[in-house]
Design a protein around this ligand. Sequence first.
Ligand code: HEC
Length: 217
Amino acid sequence: MLAMNNLISRTKTKIIGLIALAITICFTAIACGGGSQTQAASGIAPELVVDYIHTVLLADRTAYTKHVVNRLKKLEGKEKADGVVPAEATEGWKQTGGVPLPAQMFRLGSEVALENSDAFTYGLISPWNLNDNQAPRNEFEKKAMAEVVETGEPYKGYQEIAGQTYYSAVYPDKAVAEACVTCHNTHPVHLEKYPDKVFELNEVMGGIVINLPIDKT
Ligand code: HEC
């Protein structure tokens, strides 16, 4: 009986010890959590914010190309006959009952984002743009795009547009699939506007631009 009581008492001490440890861990977690909240309130560095946004954008763009477009058309060696769904990703997707091209999907997403938030804007640009609206627009974008094409690395910096300061970044948009290259190289607009430009796999084909308005106050 005594031995039993002893065992219970020792077990209780252990449990209390464990609870104390758990509480300590919880407090530490809350304290640290609070710390990062304060950091968020005082502003996460803009260069980190654009990196986070870019990670999500590129992930969605790549996943759409690989796992949707890829399964509809002959891409990366897979014949249409082996495709999963009888549909095609084409420029005139609305008329043909197909699905949007990766770049169109990207723009559709950016339009929805714009409807829901004014925290930032994003889009695709290229010095070899097929869509007239997707040429580098201003001095910042022209310089950034040229650097990105040359280095293959992102270009970041501040710019001012109509009195508003932005932290902007241009990330390389690379030919990740054979289809990127074949479609652009053979597109009638490309052949007419840039007859000498022949894209190769993994080459920078354009850039993902992210503009983050910065509040000066
Ligand atoms: C089946 C054809 C096709 C495929 C595949 C394709 N594109 Fe495009 N891409 C287009 C067309 C057409 C546009 C212009 C459409 C628009 O945005 O209105 C475009 C737009 C772009 C733009 C914006 C600049 C511009 O040309 O207007 C970039 C950058 C781009 N594509 C890169 C890529 C990359 C990288 C891939 C592969 C992941 C890819 N494209 C796959 C046809 C294609």
